[in-house]
Design a protein around this ligand. Structure first.
Ligand code: FES
Ligand code: FES
Length: 170
């Protein structure tokens, strides 16, 4: 079958790749682009371990074709930290010991980031709802939810600092 040439953006970088028409975005990320943060848990859209964003929308990359990335903006766990500076979610996952084996962690972080990007003051119920598509066999979820709520607080502080600095520049 003829290969497909795809031009896309991954974590802000203009990226091109060639893949098979039936190849999943998850396989493209892991096997062609070397971005192995997204994990294959189930391959059927049930576990969330492969979570990435496409144009800001949370998706299971095992259910998306690589060819569908054409012209889109893909966000993966590799784009979460800012250089050596961890995202507040990553810091709070460490602080709250919200991971054990770590297989599910990239998916949780990407899903939580998608939540905080649209709502930086989520209730516990909203956090649990947003993460309902992500399965963890180790942590029991409470530590993850606490970590996300703590990170939300950090994100709000960051937003307030940026707003204040912008006000001073005017
Ligand atoms: S590997 Fe995609 S949802 Fe499980
Ligand atoms: S930390 Fe092991 S599956 Fe979540």
């Amino acid at each position: 079958m003829a290969s497909v040439h795809v031009a896309t953006t991954v974590n802000g970088d203009v990226t091109e790749f060639v893949c098979q028409p039936g190849e999943t975005l998850l396989d493209v990320l892991r096997n062609r682009l070397g971005l192995t943060g997204a994990k294959e848990g189930c391959g059927t859209g049930d576990c969330g371990a492969c979570s990435v964003t496409v144009d800001g929308q949370l998706v299971c990359s095992c259910l998306v074709l690589g060819a569908e990335a054409e012209g889109r903006k893909i966000g993966t766990i590799e784009g979460l930290a800012d250089g050596d500076t961890l995202h507040p979610l990553q810091t709070q996952f460490i602080n709250h010991a919200a991971l054990q084996c770590g297989i599910c962690t990239p998916g949780f972080l990407v899903a939580a980031k998608a939540l905080l990007d649209r709502n930086s003051s989520p209730t516990e119920e909203e956090v649990r709802f947003a993460l309902a598509g992500n399965l963890c066999r180790c942590t029991g979820y409470d530590k993850i939810v606490r970590a996300v709520n703590a990170a939300a607080k950090d994100v709000r502080k960051q937003q307030a600092r940026v707003k204040k600095a912008a006000g001073k520049r005017r």
